[in-house]
Design a protein around this ligand. Structure first.
Ligand code: GLU
Length: 444
């Protein structure tokens, strides 16, 4: 059984880059009827916030990325203790007492000498007596994992064959001085315990993977399949960061972006295939293939989401949006009529409000100088009495025969005078919805 996880730390709102990771893990699990776990990586109590835990769940719910299981690392500290004692018993953990200033100094010296800035393992040479006096003087040390100095290779499902020489990597700290377990360890313990079969995450984790493969092996576990996707950037090429709040999912939601538009874009952005609008999760799942993703960093342009959202909305029947329209203040007596009038002329649901204001309150007429006389003539010919879908045709036929204008010269000035817009829904549908025709006042 395929088991994947999305493992955000609750230190900010999810952005589109995080969503890319979540979506890939969700889709590969769903594609084969597997299990998708939402794991909250909250071992750091200073940086984690409950409000973000809630927000992460709200955002995924909104997108329809439902998880089969929710786990929190803060509930699993016992498991990390147990694994730590296994590693200690196997001499894979050692305590180190250097301060950050001392470490920095060592790094500088190494760099000046043209050597890679890899931790020199001085702590391994300490006698028990020296350890004791360090503890007296500085309190507990950090605990580092002793890497085997060998190459770790794996076939990455996106990046292909990868190989990392662990002799050029510092022994990672797994437990901080204050006893807090770090992600590098907690993540491995969880992945093993939860039977994770596929780990898909950003390419910023490639070195972690080499380290984690060693920890997995040290704990006697099976190595899952790894895939590292390239990182999304904004249109300037700058990295996205939770703490900066750029391209946060909840902001896109507020702007009226539809989940299927966002998911459709992310399921294809960075592949060689064109973006295709998917209108259901099943379609999205069918059309998804992890190995189609490229290796170079990918720009995300928010403006691509609006036409996709518009196209998605065009597919929706009234029943799918009735509650949204009522939330926009559109009376239920006309909501269906309004929806079918405007759905091909909007990018987001918020735009319905724009058209509704025109229908309800009338638009400021837009009249080119050369059309003034024509508009006066035309308005005088407006049929009186109830307005229906035939009114536009009757009226424009009449205006045509009285003024001799036809085609665009006839229709466009009338549209602009009535709606204040040069684009919009079919005027025969608009006419019965227009409560107020302001241009009348100019003529009378
Ligand atoms: N909490 C980690 C992060 O947000 C998870 C990385 C992983 O998927 O292993 O970067």
């Amino acid at each position: 059984m395929t088991i994947t996880r999305f493992a955000p730390s609750p230190t900010g709102y999810l952005h589109v880059g995080n969503l890319r990771t979540a979506l890939m893990n969700f889709l590969i699990a769903r594609k084969v009827g597997g299990c998708f776990i939402l794991r909250i990586d909250d071992t750091d109590p200073n940086r984690s916030q409950e409000s973000y835990v809630k927000a992460i769940q709200e955002d995924l719910d909104w997108l329809g990325l439902h998880w089969n299981r929710l786990e929190r690392q803060s509930d699993r500290l016992d498991k990390y203790y147990n694994s730590v004692s296994d590693l200690r018993n196997n001499d894979r953990l050692y305590e180190a007492f250097e301060t950050s200033t001392e470490l920095e100094l060592k790094r500088k010296k190494q760099l000046n000498a043209g050597q890679p800035p890899v931790y020199d393992r001085s702590a391994l040479k300490l006698t028990e007596k020296e350890q004791h006096s360090f503890r007296q003087e500085r309190g507990n040390g950090v605990w580092r994992f002793k890497l085997d100095h060998q190459r770790i290779t794996w076939c990455d499902q996106i990046l292909g064959d990868l190989s990392i020489d662990c002799s050029s990597v510092s022994d990672p700290v797994l437990i901080r001085q204050d006893g807090q377990f770090l992600y590098t360890l907690a993540s491995v313990v969880d992945d093993l315990d939860m039977g994770i079969t596929h780990v898909v995450r950003g390419s910023d984790h490639v070195t972690n993977t080499a380290i984690q493969v060693q920890i997995i092996k040290a704990l006697g576990g099976d190595v899952p399949q790894f895939a590292h996707h390239s990182l999304l950037t904004d249109t300037r090429g700058d990295a996205l960061a939770k703490r900066l709040g750029t391209l946060a999912l909840r902001d896109l939601r507020k702007k009226g972006i539809e989940p299927m538009a966002l998911l459709s874009l992310l399921a294809r952005l960075g592949t060689s295939k064109p973006v295709e609008l998917r209108t259901s999760m099943d379609e999205l799942i069918d059309g998804f293939c992890l190995s189609e993703f490229g290796t170079s960093s990918t720009k995300f342009d928010e403006s691509d989401l609006y036409p996709l959202t518009g196209r998605y909305l065009q597919t929706l029947p009234f029943s799918a949006v009735s509650s949204d329209l009522s939330a926009l203040g559109i009376p239920s007596s006309v909501a269906e009529q309004v929806w079918y009038a405007v759905r091909n002329n909007i990018e987001t649901l918020n735009d319905v409000r724009f058209w509704w204001a025109i229908f309800q309150d009338g638009a400021e007429p837009l009249i080119d100088d050369r059309d003034r006389t024509f508009i006066c003539q035309a308005i005088k010919l407006l049929p009186s009495g109830p307005v229906d879908n035939n009114t536009w045709k009757l009226w424009t036929d009449l205006v045509k025969s009285e003024t001799g204008r036809k085609g665009r010269e006839l229709f466009m000035p009338l549209r602009k005078a009535l709606t204040g817009q040069s684009h919009g829904p079919d005027m025969s549908i608009v006419m019965p919805l227009l409560h107020v025709i302001k241009v009348r006042d100019l003529v009378e």
